[in-house]
Each structure stands twice: as structure tokens, then as C-alpha cells.
Design a binder for this molecule. Structure first.
Ligand code: S3P
Length: 194
């Protein structure tokens, strides 16, 4: 097989100057795009949901069920405080992190936020595959919940440093667009070696 790995890019980048936080709705692809982006630029990748689960030694549905959303949001804020310490990383944020004012403040102060904006139909299709993973989708109709959260959160997500549209089937393109933005904004410094 002569197939070349397309996303194995030869070190075109230098240093990440601050952490990049991918925000946006559940199902926006923050983790998968974040991982691809981190691999491409040679940065550390962290997922805030995974970090909360590790710290609490429980799954997110368990945290919500046992302690409620307010407790989760508080843990999420503490995790962001820690994750935003140097060295910089690519961070995938849970969908509600940036919508929670104390966490948003930390993100806006210490990191560079990228809103991955995905159309409603794609979000619904993606989250409908495993709704049990996401406690906010557990009660009521998924479409209504997503629409309500979009209405509530979009004006807040708009405070992110940059918005990147990321609809279906274009993940590698999205990664490329984000890398270019990071370079143009001085967040990712290009390596001198050619
Ligand atoms: C949430 C999104 C989830 C997770 C939790 C709450 C939200 O993360 O943090 O279930 O409030 O939108 P993903 O966006 O990674 O699904």
C-alpha cells in the first residue's frame, strides 16, 4: 500500500504562546478537532470533561446524578484554573464551560478561545447517537434541548476570540483553518526551519 498519512504533517510550526480552548455545543467536534490540531502542531491535548471525571473518579452522568449541575460547574471551573496554567495546551471544553461566567472569565483572561460553530441538524444528529453520555439530554426531547441551549448560549459563545464554522465532513479543513488563524494572531509562532 502506498497510502500516505495525510494528517502527519512535518513540523511546520513552532511554539504555542497560550492555551487554545475549543468551545461550542455538544457534538461540535471539540475533542476530535482538538486532538487533530494538537497532533498537527505538536502540542499537548486535554479534554476538560475527561479531567473532571478523573478528578471526581466518576463519570459525568454520575456527577450530575449524585451532586447536580452546580457541583459539576464548580468542578469544571477548578479544572480550568489548573489546565490554563503553563505550559500551553489545546483544550476541548465541555459545552457549558464557556456559558458559565466564572469559567468564561478564566478562559478569556488566560487563553485563546475558538468557538466551533456547527449547524443545528449536524449537532442533533451527532448527539442523538449516544444521548446517555450527556445528562442535559437525558430529560425531554433532544431537538428541543439543543435548540434551547443554542438560543441561550450562542450570544455568550460569541464572546470567544474567534469563530470557526465547522460543519460535517470538513474536520481536517477546520484544523487547517484554525492553525492558520493561530499563526496569524501570533498564538502559534511559525518555526524558522523550512
Ligand atoms: C455539557 C456538555 C458536555 C459535558 C456535560 C455538560 C453542556 O460536554 O461537559 O455533559 O452543558 O453542554 P461536551 O460538549 O463535550 O459534550
Amino acid at each position: 500500500m502506498t497510502q500516505k498519512k495525510e494528517n502527519k504533517i512535518s513540523k511546520p510550526y513552532g511554539k504555542l504562546e497560550k492555551s487554545v480552548i475549543l468551545i461550542g455545543m455538544m457534538g461540535a467536534g471539540k475533542s476530535s478537532i482538538g486532538k487533530m490540531l494538537a497532533a498537527q502542531i505538536g502540542a499537548r491535548f486535554v479534554d476538560s470533561d475527561t479531567e473532571i471525571e478523573k478528578a471526581a473518579k466518576m463519570t459525568i452522568p454520575e456527577i450530575f446524578e449524585l451532586h447536580g449541575e452546580a457541583f459539576f460547574r464548580d468542578g469544571e471551573k477548578r479544572v480550568f484554573n489548573r489546565l490554563l496554567e503553563p505550559p500551553p495546551a489545546i483544550i476541548a471544553a465541555g459545552g457549558g464551560a464557556f456559558a458559565h461566567a466564572p469559567t468564561r472569565e478564566i478562559i478569556l483572561m488566560s487563553g485563546y478561545s475558538v468557538w466551533l460553530k456547527v449547524n443545528r441538524e449536524t449537532l442533533i444528529r451527532r448527539v442523538s447517537k449516544r444521548p446517555e453520555k450527556r445528562p442535559l439530554l437525558a430529560q425531554g426531547d433532544i431537538e428541543n434541548t439543543i435548540t434551547r441551549l443554542m438560543n441561550e448560549r450562542y450570544p455568550i459563545y460569541a464572546e470567544a476570540d474567534i469563530v470557526v464554522k465547522s460543519d460535517d465532513g470538513r474536520r481536517s479543513e477546520t484544523v487547517k483553518v484554525i492553525s492558520e488563524i493561530l499563526i496569524n494572531h501570533g498564538i502559534l509562532t511559525k518555526s524558522d526551519e523550512t
